[in-house]
Design a protein around this ligand. Structure first.
Ligand SMILES: CC(C)(COP(=O)(O)OP(=O)(O)OC[C@H]1O[C@@H](n2cnc3c(N)ncnc32)[C@H](O)[C@@H]1OP(=O)(O)O)[C@@H](O)C(=O)NCCC(=O)NCCS
Length: 193
């Protein structure tokens, strides 16, 4: 096994090579001004898979910009990380790290669900899209959603969907997401929002 693969074994939620293999420039959905991309998301910034060490890089506190997170211990985080990693090729959490501060400043997750329908097809769901408020407006949210949308196709999903507030519809429309006629999102909650 190569060092690279060992690195993946030790650290990343999924193989970083999958991101390197995306043809981002040719296939991106959005436009960027100033120009940024997957390999160059901005000065000092880096896009990569979630790592187990991101517990110490503010990953959980980043998620509080999105919703309630709770008081998660290192042990709980590592257990959940390893469980997700042990389901190969189903969980793709991508983060933006500020390499100057060693903090995670943006993140989004693609979950690949496996089904029997459509000849044992898989579908994708994009979840937990968040950028630290100090880094918002730098096109990082756009870049994260663009990357995960390309990734969903690359890993063989026949469709990819997401849930969002009305005000976010214009944002997600940039990547080709659209409300489908006659389709509704329904939810039953067991704990309050
Ligand atoms: C939504 C969020 C991820 C966007 O990240 P960001 O890095 O600030 O966004 P970008 O700089 O990439 O903005 C890209 C475009 O989306 C638009 N946009 C950004 N945030 C928006 C919002 N909250 N509502 C509507 N449009 C928004 C921008 O105006 C910009 O448009 P342009 O390309 O036409 O100039 C970020 O604001 C965030 O983390 N919000 C809190 C958590 C959240 O609401 N997540 C989404 C859950 S569905």
């Amino acid at each position: 096994m190569s060092t690279f693969q060992n690195g993946f074994e030790e650290c990343h939620l999924f193989d970083p090579q999958i991101l390197h293999d995306l043809e981002f420039e040719d296939q991106k959905c959005a436009s960027y001004k100033p120009e940024i991309n997957l390999t160059d998301p901005g000065e000092g910034l880096k896009i990569r898979p979630l790592c187990i060490s991101d517990f110490d890089k503010g990953y959980l506190s980043l998620l509080t910009h999105l919703t309630k997170v709770g008081d998660i211990s290192r042990e709980q985080f590592e257990e959940r990380f390893q469980l997700m990693k042990s389901q190969p090729n189903l969980y793709y959490t991508v983060v933006v790290e500020d390499t100057f501060t060693h903090q995670v400043v943006g993140s989004a997750t693609l979950v690949k669900e496996m089904h029997f329908i459509r000849q044992c097809a898989s579908r994708g769901r994009i979840e937990d899209v968040v950028v630290n408020s100090s880094y918002q407006g730098k096109q990082l949210g756009k870049l994260l959603v663009d990357v995960l949308t390309l990734l969903s196709k690359k890993v063989g999903c026949y469709k990819v969907s997401l849930e969002c507030l009305d005000k976010m519809v214009p944002f997600y429309s940039k990547f080709g997401y659209a409300k489908e006629e006659g389709q509704n999102y329904m939810c039953r909650r067991y704990i309050p929002k």
